[in-house]
Design a protein around this ligand. Structure first.
Ligand code: 5RP
Length: 221
């Protein structure tokens, strides 16, 4: 999609020589990774920290030097996608199942940049399912606790109908919340369930959002 490509590629302008870059996951940031790879071939020296196995493979394919999250003393900039973004920069992430690593890497970053197509901008988040990563041990019980909160959880499955497992060996529940009136309250409610590892609510999160629209990009800080 051209809007994803525009936003994804534009993001490399924020990269400076010597930086350690958090590499998000998804189809938009895939364009960023490809572009970073081209810059590395031209001599740019950076290190990447991948937020998923998928991103790790893509970055390796494009020749980006990678270090593990533990090896990174600090992360200068993380570039990632999002599933929905409201005007206060609250977002839903995790459509690609990488929300836990994405959140850890983003929280360790000096600067966070989101890249997305224009359609991801909404007045109120919650029209897309809200992913929640949960421990595979006893997932049915965790699902019941989410249901008790009326959060309408659906266990994510593979195309073959098996439970979908994240890179961390956990399952994902997609919550059909509908528009979320109070994201902070919902985040607090979900995270208090012991089987929950992390949720895809990223609250007042990025420093900058770059969206592709009509052959151009819009930058919001
Ligand atoms: C993965 C994510 C992605 O960043 C999000 O789903 C957006 O993906 P895409 O750029 O393919 O629309 O959170 O866990």
């Amino acid at each position: 999609m051209i809007e994803k490509k525009q936003a994804g590629e534009y993001a490399v302008r924020y990269i400076k020589e010597g930086m350690t870059i958090g590499l998000g996951t998804g189809s938009t940031v895939a364009y960023t990774i490809e572009k970073i790879g081209a810059l590395v071939q031209q001599g740019l020296s950076i290190k990447g920290v991948a937020t998923s196995v998928e991103t790790e493979k893509k970055a390796a394919e494009f020749g980006i030097p990678l270090i593990s999250f533990n090896e990174a003393e600090k992360i200068d900039l993380t570039i990632d996608g999002a599933d929905e973004i409201d005007p206060q920069f609250n977002g839903i992430k995790g459509g690609g199942g990488a929300l836990f690593r994405e959140k850890l890497v983003a929280l360790a970053s000096d600067q966070v940049l989101w890249v997305a197509d224009h359609a991801k901008l909404v007045q109120r988040i919650g029209n897309v399912p809200l992913p929640v990563e949960a421990a595979s041990f006893g997932w049915m019980h965790t699902g019941k606790l989410l249901q008790d909160l009326n959060l309408k959880p659906v266990l994510r499955k593979t195309g073959e109908g098996h439970p979908y497992y994240t890179d961390n060996g956990n399952v994902i529940f997609d919550l059909n919340t509908g528009p979320v009136e109070n994201p902070e309250a919902m985040a607090a409610e979900i995270i208090q369930i012991p089987g929950v590892i992390e949720h895809g609510l990223f609250l007042r999160h990025p420093d900058t959002v770059i969206t592709g629209v009509n052959g151009s990009v819009v930058i919001r800080d």
